[in-house]
Design a protein around this ligand. Structure first.
Ligand code: MLT
Length: 306
């Protein structure tokens, strides 16, 4: 029998993959052979001698001590692509929120509680709506940094919206870029991408070469009025450089999935509580993929990570 210890709440559908096998699955198991988890941070926890594999139901592995696992021969899985659709859809929402005053317009309409007559309300909205005018995405250029599963899906979506798309990946070769649509113009460096883009969205992991890659030097190359979207990791962007770029007008908006104290409550920032992958569908997909990976490894010794 294999014991699989759960951290965080894992989708029932995912955990049901262990049914029909010889598994005990739960949060309080002694001497587990495997862990399945979402975002619980494991760096400070002792590694049990029994542990053979860890499956993270998500893309990033920053919450796992991967080097320690490797040294002990423990296999660490992630679930690349399994939550990509959820992130892709939020990138679209982020671009729209940055371009149309959806929240301002909603708040303005909601604030008119003193008006009881529909015709009066109509007149007021007609008189005031100009200040909520925005811009369209169609015809603009989206720069995508990171051309893996998420970046490639974002490219498809942006092309379908009538945007032009440019891409840059600091690690992946052109051939390796995952299902990248042919219409994407591949750039050789970040500066080249920033210089041609109206919107830039980040989909690289936070690893040594990507840390602070958006800093005052690289941002200086951006087109004035750029909208920068970061649904990847906080560490990839130097927040003080972003704030300076917002002040100078180099950046028009910063949309991020990390509400750092320095960026919240600014009209030029939309900061969300790391909900890029928080959909019922993504939770299920990630949990099912992670459970399949563990079963395949524990029962057959297979290491399948895609
Ligand atoms: C991921 O690593 O998959 C994303 O950051 C989403 C998440 O973990 O919530």
């Amino acid at each position: 029998m294999f014991k699989v210890k759960t951290y965080n709440k894992i989708s029932e559908k995912g955990l049901s993959r262990f049914n029909g096998g010889d598994y005990q699955v739960g949060a309080d198991l002694e001497a587990p052979e495997a862990y399945i988890l979402r975002s619980h941070k494991l760096h400070a926890e002792a590694i049990p001698e029994s542990l053979l594999a860890v499956a993270r139901a998500g893309a990033g592995v920053n919450n796992l001590p991967v080097e320690d696992y490797t040294a002990k021969g423990i296999v660490a899985f992630n679930t690349p692509g399994a939550n990509a659709n959820a992130v892709k859809e939020l990138v679209l929402a982020g671009m729209l929120l940055a371009s149309r005053d959806i929240i301002g317009g909603r708040d303005f309409a909601n604030a008119q509680t003193q008006i009881t007559d529909a015709a009066d309300m109509g007149k007021l909205m007609e008189a005031e709506k100009k200040r909520f005018a925005g811009n369209e995405l169609t015809g603009k250029t989206l720069g995508i940094v990171g051309l893996g599963a998420i970046g490639s899906m974002v490219a498809d979506m942006a092309l379908a919206m009538g945007m032009k798309v440019a891409g840059f990946d600091p690690a992946l070769s052109v051939e390796a870029a995952w299902r990248l649509p042919a219409l994407v113009e591949r750039k050789e460096n970040l500066q080249g991408l920033l210089a041609c883009s109206d919107y830039v969205t980040i989909h690289v992991p936070a690893i040594e070469p990507t840390k602070n890659m958006f800093n005052s030097d690289s941002l200086a190359a951006a087109k004035d009025g750029l909208v920068l979207l970061n649904f990847a990791r906080e560490a990839i962007v130097d927040t003080s450089a972003v704030l300076a770029a917002l002040e100078s007008g180099k950046l028009r908006k910063y949309v991020c999935d990390f509400p750092e104290p320095a960026v919240i409550n600014r009209s030029d920032v939309i900061a969300l509580p790391h909900i890029g992958a928080s959909t019922a569908e993504a939770e299920e997909n990630c949990a099912m993929m992670a459970a399949n990976q563990l079963r395949d490894f524990l029962e057959h010794g297979n290491i399948v990570n895609s």
